[in-house]
Design a protein around this ligand. Structure first.
Ligand code: FES
Ligand code: FES
Length: 230
């Protein structure tokens, strides 16, 4: 059964009430709370969407990591991440997700289950969605890799990022970068029909523990329309 269930309830983590804008204790709404905490506090809590917005404003040019280092290894791999070429020495069992996060400091890609079951670690390799927790870095010599930090252009959010923001398509945000990367890929995949059911099936590898599926589907369909008009 897909986790993308139309009946999934979107519950407020503060109030426990259903609905994204439901008031919590002392009349506090989630949206109001998020505004009061501010972007830096949310980023520290691991909120991917805010990280995306901040990164878009700060022009996320990845800094090439040193070719060798204390966490290097005997195998040399060269690949491009978000348009920046890297040459790294890695161990044979170095996992792509760990290399992206720990060697290149691209922490927008999240480690959820670390077993290929949640989709939080989704990146694009040569334009195709990949669970980076299941992929060895040495397998990607010559590949073009895109992470969530690489989909905003010139300080402007990708239409999928903007739609997630507009539709409040997240709660804790931990799954959000993976959801958006899968969404970007499927919107460019002509094999996936445009209806909601097909979209849910295509996104079923991305789990949202907060149950924000209804808003995620709405956001992706909104982005689909904007990409068509672009
Ligand atoms: S962390 Fe890779 S699928 Fe869950
Ligand atoms: S927004 Fe919390 S896991 Fe999806």
């Amino acid at each position: 059964m897909t986790a993308y269930n139309e009946d999934a309830t979107h519950r407020d983590p503060l109030s426990g009430e259903a609905g994204s804008g439901a008031p919590g204790p002392a009349g506090v709404t989630r949206r109001g709370f998020l505004k009061s905490v501010g972007a830096s506090g949310l980023a520290a809590a691991g909120t991917s969407m805010v990280s995306v917005a901040v990164l878009a404003d700060e022009a996320p040019a990845a800094v090439p990591a040193p070719a060798t280092g204390p966490d290097g290894g005997p195998y040399t791999v060269q690949f491009t991440v978000n348009g920046v070429a890297h040459q790294l020495n890695v161990e044979s069992n170095a996992v792509l997700l760990d290399v992206l996060r720990d060697r290149l400091q691209l922490t927008g890609t999240k480690k959820g289950c670390d077993h290929g079951q949640c989709g939080a670690c989704t990146v694009h390799v040569n334009g195709v969605s990949v669970n980076s927790c299941l992929s060895l870095a040495v397998m990607h010599d010559g590949d073009q890799i895109t992470t969530v930090e690489g989909i905003a252009k010139n300080g402007t959010l990708h239409p999928v990022q903007q739609a997630f923001w507009d539709h409040d398509a997240y709660q804790c945000g931990y799954c959000t970068s993976g959801q958006m990367m899968s969404a970007v890929a499927l919107l460019h995949d002509a094999r996936v029909p445009a209806d909601d059911h097909s979209l849910r099936e295509a996104m079923s590898g991305n789990i949202c523990r907060c149950g924000a599926y209804k808003n995620i589907v709405a956001a992706i369909q909104d982005a689909r329309g904007k990409l068509r008009r672009a």
